[in-house]
Design a binder for this molecule. Structure first.
Ligand code: FAD
Length: 442
């Protein structure tokens, strides 16, 4: 067993590796450059309301098996509420609201039956979707699926404009943070296969009923502390020294660390590139992986905009609007708290915050004619410029696995080769896989 494992990066991938390794009796130290744990899944107190707000609402699904196991281990599984069955309420300014809800039938029949009842689609649209889902069910994963876009596949399946607008495009943007024209079909295929297979529970959505600090980072930190892990925030690892095919030292601000046996690098690729000596970077096969932004806007209103937990808004700036009071079952500050999500926000991320907010106001007026901006008590806009790496066509081959060309260096991160798109589940799984590699080498 190694004397010590150092983990760089305290996002979910790093925390997951740390939880597994300390559980197996390893001596673990984590360095995180920010003043908080959780990385891209974090929350902090809003200075005006005092309430814990997330960096952006996240959804998990029943298919997130590693994440659910991780939450079970750190003792916070009860902080995710799962829907009894998949249900999404759509809002289209021209058609009003309609619900897409799977029904109580075995396996994927439940979604099919639900789809048949979905008011925004005609029979022709629905039959086309069902046929495409059936073809997908018969398809096996292969590397070729990474060389064309999800869009190309949908065109080949002759999906109607309405089927695209209300089903496929919404699903792709929600699951992969990019429209079907920008993502490889392989990534879309993986999401659909995992969520809409025989077990209908996997398609259910789960919502955090507390801030992410209380769901992920806080319980993970407490778990690790109890097991004697060394936890260091505000500590940036600047570079690594590599000799004889091994990492032998880490340079931090003002100090050098060399008493470790294994190193798990759980940072995004751009951070990894900065850390690795230039002459070794090729050996880590970190190809340029493209990240896409997400813009989240938290708004506190005097009056209720809608009572449902969340709405999929079609054809506006808003794509998802989360009713945080309903999700967290509590009243926040003085107002009713809604969080708007704009995924694949390449354009919106470049706009001034005021412009984004006025576009959101105009969407709110479509939900509730007569709604006025004077209803807003407080607004907070958060732009996450590198939110996820959805996987453009051909990118899969550039995702490195946990094992590297160096004997004691292992990689973790949602963006690494886990067989999943860059999500919470991929991050947690990557930490598990990296921990397994560390254990196998010791
Ligand atoms: C707004 C938003 C919404 C999202 N929505 C969803 C969703 O609904 N569902 C879903 O499954 N996923 C969602 N995701 C994606 C999900 O959050 C990520 O895939 C996952 O959190 C990635 O975790 P990670 O540990 O791989 O990376 P990160 O969280 O990026 O962690 C890497 C950590 O390394 C640290 N670090 C970097 N460089 C150094 C250094 N030199 N020294 C020390 N530390 C360093 C960073 O500070 C960071 O904390 C969303 C992401 C965002 C931003």
């Amino acid at each position: 067993m190694p004397a010590g494992v150092v983990i760089v990066g305290g996002g979910l991938a790093g925390l997951s590796a740390a939880v597994r390794l300390t559980s197996e009796g390893f001596n673990v130290t984590i360095f995180e450059k920010r003043p908080y744990w959780g990385g891209r899944v974090s929350s902090f107190p809003d200075p005006v309301t005092g309430w814990e707000i997330d960096n952006g609402p996240h959804l998990i699904t029943g298919a997130y098996e590693c994440t659910r196991q991780f939450l079970q281990t750190i003792g916070s599984a009860s902080k995710i509420d799962f829907q009894p069955h998949l249900q999404t309420v759509y809002f289209d300014p021209e058609k009003g609201k309609a619900s897409l809800r799977s029904v109580s039938l075995p396996g994927n029949l439940s979604l099919m039956a639900g789809l048949l009842k979905f008011r925004f689609l005609r029979l022709k649209d629905k039959l086309g979707i069902l046929k495409a889902l059936q073809r997908l069910g018969r398809l096996n994963e292969s590397p070729e699926l990474d060389f064309f876009t999800a869009d190309a596949w949908l065109i080949r399946q002759k999906q109607t404009t309405a089927a695209r607008r209300y089903f496929w495009d919404v699903l792709c943007l929600a699951a992969l943070n990019a429209p079907p024209g920008l993502v490889s079909f392989l990534q879309f295929f993986r999401v659909l296969k995992k969520s809409f297979g025989a077990e209908k529970e996997k398609a259910r959505l789960g919502f955090a009923n507390a801030g992410f600090q209380d769901v992920f980072a806080g319980p993970a930190e407490a778990f690790l502390r109890k097991r004697g892990a060394g936890l260091y925030k505000k500590e940036t690892v600047l570079n690594l020294e590599i000799q004889n095919n091994r990492a032998f030292a880490l340079q931090l601000k003002g100090r050098k660390l060399s008493d470790f046996d294994a190193l798990v690098l759980a940072v995004p690729p751009h951070a990894l590139e900065k850390m690795i000596p230039k002459n070794f970077i090729q050996q880590l096969t970190v190809n340029r992986i493209r990240f896409h932004p997400i813009v989240s806007v938290h708004l506190y209103l005097k009056t209720e905009l809608f009572p449902e937990k969340f709405l999929a808004f079609i054809g506006g700036t808003c794509q998802w609007i989360f009713n945080m009071n309903a999700i967290r079952s509590s009243k926040y500050w003085e107002g009713i708290w809604y969080s708007v999500v704009i995924s694949g926000a390449e354009e919106e991320a470049k706009l001034p915050k005021d412009t984004i907010v006025s576009q959101i106001f105009s969407d709110f007026q479509k939900i509730q004619p007569g709604w006025k901006p004077s209803d807003v008590l407080h607004i907070r806009v958060i732009k996450e410029l590198s939110a996820t790496a959805p996987g453009s066509p051909g990118a899969e081959a550039g995702r490195p696995s946990q094992k590297t060309a160096f004997k004691n260096i292992f990689l973790a991160g949602g963006w690494t080769r886990t067989g999943l798109p860059d999500t919470i589940e991929s991050a947690v799984l990557s930490g598990e896989l990296a921990a397994k590699e560390v254990m196998a080498q010791s």
